[in-house]
Design a protein around this ligand. Structure first.
Ligand code: FAD
Length: 488
């Protein structure tokens, strides 16, 4: 048959899972080939973490201008040049993705452009963009093909009015009215950014709370801020479909309260807006962002020909060393169970590369920080209070409010708190939740604490610089020990 190119390690996908795996394997002396069908950096750098954070931060800066008068800074005539903002955002993405390309090259990784499909347990076919085919034979393979947005029935993405997150990030104009279907982190992050830039935003969420699965006490602070921003939030509602807006260019998204529990349908179904019971409602929009989850890219990869098994949700089954049911093939990132987060993908990439090189590595998910870049930010790590209880601990919770932190006040950001969960008996830190400014950065200290098995005493005895937000972490630990200085 065809002539095959031999490689020791073949990596499929150049996102934060795949490119990190490729670099680590090359560092360990392996001959590595990385196949990417689209753009290096994957979802995260091109249409995920990076462009969304660029947009969120620009929106924050713009929105703040209107509030600076309180501090004596009077800004007149501020306006938004959306096209320029988008151009700047793209330049950030460009800088980072070309950095990835240089790192791969500098580490001696061969990058191949094309779509890989398995033709056996040691072989893939790569379709090049030009239409040609190449065959690669490998000793080991790391599959890191990531995920894509789930489509809601009836809401096929058209890139103009019905948008996925990539479409929303690439808009060339600001939608006057934006409906966000799905109040998970992607929907709330983008919804908040667009609201700050000037869109009228409505969020529709099926579950009873925004950010389902996140500690409701943390979510409450964000829900309050959304209301202050003028974002309309409907929780506990099911979206039924959409229709053309009569006499307008937009659409009307139709939804109704979701009956809760058995027998709730018919009578007594609760309406989120109070009055209308189980009746249908509609909200008009110029653009609809559908952010109802992501599915793993494990179809049309030929995994069955390679002997790689999936679970009932289409994710690749792996062991703690990220090995699939085929011993020489590994899988990492959004296609395997666990949170769909870039840093989790990268860690798994390092583990898979080290296992292939014969090092004693294994994945450990005890301290995966989960940031949400809303306003204010939420970040969690380890166990929540409820999870600690479920796992049989007697948890003690130390709390400290940002309102009692000097640095927070100088930033004009007093909403939120730090919550540290520890084992009452030993003081060992089990987890933490933060809602407030810079929560996504502050969580790092608590991730280290959980990872090292540090105690509340360790956090409390560590001298934290004054005045900084990080003092709230120290004081939450002191509160857990019963003696925070700055709170009664
Ligand atoms: P991906 O990044 O999806 O990369 C997979 C790559 O594989 C893609 O480049 C794809 O083109 C390629 N590929 C697929 N199939 C093939 C094939 N057959 N042959 C060759 N190449 C193939 N995570 C965070 O941690 N923090 C955040 O703030 C954050 N924000 C996000 C915001 C948005 C809007 C979105 C959508 C996601 C966000 N994420 C965030 C999630 C993060 O982007 C993903 O968890 C991460 O990108 C997963 O990495 P991965 O390497 O598994 O896959």
């Amino acid at each position: 048959g065809e002539v095959a190119t031999e490689t020791e390690v073949l990596v499929i996908g150049g996102g934060p899972g795949g490119y990190v795996a490729a670099i680590r394997a090359a560092q360990l002396g392996k001959d590595v080939t990385l196949v990417e069908k689209d753009r290096l950096g994957g979802v995260c750098l091109n249409v995920g973490c990076i462009p969304s954070k660029a947009l969120i931060d620009a929106a924050k800066a713009y929105h703040r201008l209107a509030r600076e008068a309180e501090r004596g800074i009077v800004v007149e005539g501020a306006r938004l040049d959306f096209g320029r903002l988008q151009g700047w955002k793209q330049s950030v993405v460009q800088r980072l993705t070309s950095g990835v390309e240089q790192l791969l090259k500098g580490n001696g990784v061969t990058v191949v452009k094309g779509r890989a499909t398995f033709t056996g347990p040691n072989q893939v076919r790569v379709e090049n963009p030009g239409g040609g085919n190449e065959v690669y034979r490998f000793k080991h393979c790391i599959v890191a093909t990531g995920s894509r947005p789930v489509e809601l029935p009836g809401f096929g993405f058209d890139g103009v009015r019905i948008l996925d997150s990539s479409d929303a990030l690439a808009l060339d104009h600001l939608p006057l009215r934006l409906v966000v279907i799905g109040g998970g982190y992607i929907g709330l992050e983008l919804g908040t950014a667009f609201a700050k830039l000037g869109s009228a935003v409505t969020v529709l969420e099926l579950a009873d709370q925004l950010l389902p699965g996140t500690d409701p006490e943390l979510v409450q602070v964000v829900a309050r801020r959304l209301r202050q921003l003028g974002v309309k939030v409907h929780t506990g509602v099911r979206v039924l479909g959409w229709e053309e807006e009569p006499g307008g260019e937009g659409v009307r998204v139709v939804f109704r309260p979701e009956p809760r529990g058995e027998g709730a349908a018919g009578a007594g179904a609760r309406g989120s807006a109070g009055s209308s019971g189980s009746e249908e409602q509609a909200v008009a929009a110029d653009a609809v962002l559908v952010s109802v989850g992501r599915r793993p890219n494990t179809d049309s990869l030929g995994l069955e020909l390679a002997g790689v098994q999936l679970d009932e949700r289409g994710r690749v089954r792996v062991d703690a060393q990220l090995r699939t049911s085929q011993r020489n093939i590994f899988a990492i990132g959004d296609i395997v169970p666990g949170p769909m987060l870039a840093h989790k993908a990268s860690r798994e990439g390092i583990v898979a590369a080290e296992v292939i090189a014969g090092l004693p590595a294994a994945a450990d998910y005890v301290a995966v920080p989960a940031p949400v870049f809303t306003d204010p930010e939420i970040a969690t790590v380890g166990l929540s209070e409820a999870e600690a209880r479920q796992q049989g601990y007697d948890p003690v919770v130390g709390r400290f409010p940002y309102a009692a932190n000097g640095r927070a006040l100088t930033l004009g950001e007093r909403d939120g708190f730090v919550k540290v969960v520890a084992d009452r008996e030993t003081g060992v830190v089990l987890g933490a939740g933060i809602v407030g400014p810079e929560a996504s950065d502050l969580i790092a200290e608590l991730a280290l604490a959980v990872e090292m098995g540090a105690t509340l005493q360790d956090l409390a005895l560590t001298i934290h610089a004054h005045p900084t937000l990080s003092e709230a972490v120290m004081e939450a630990a002191e509160a857990g020990l019963g003696h925070a200085i700055h709170v009664l």
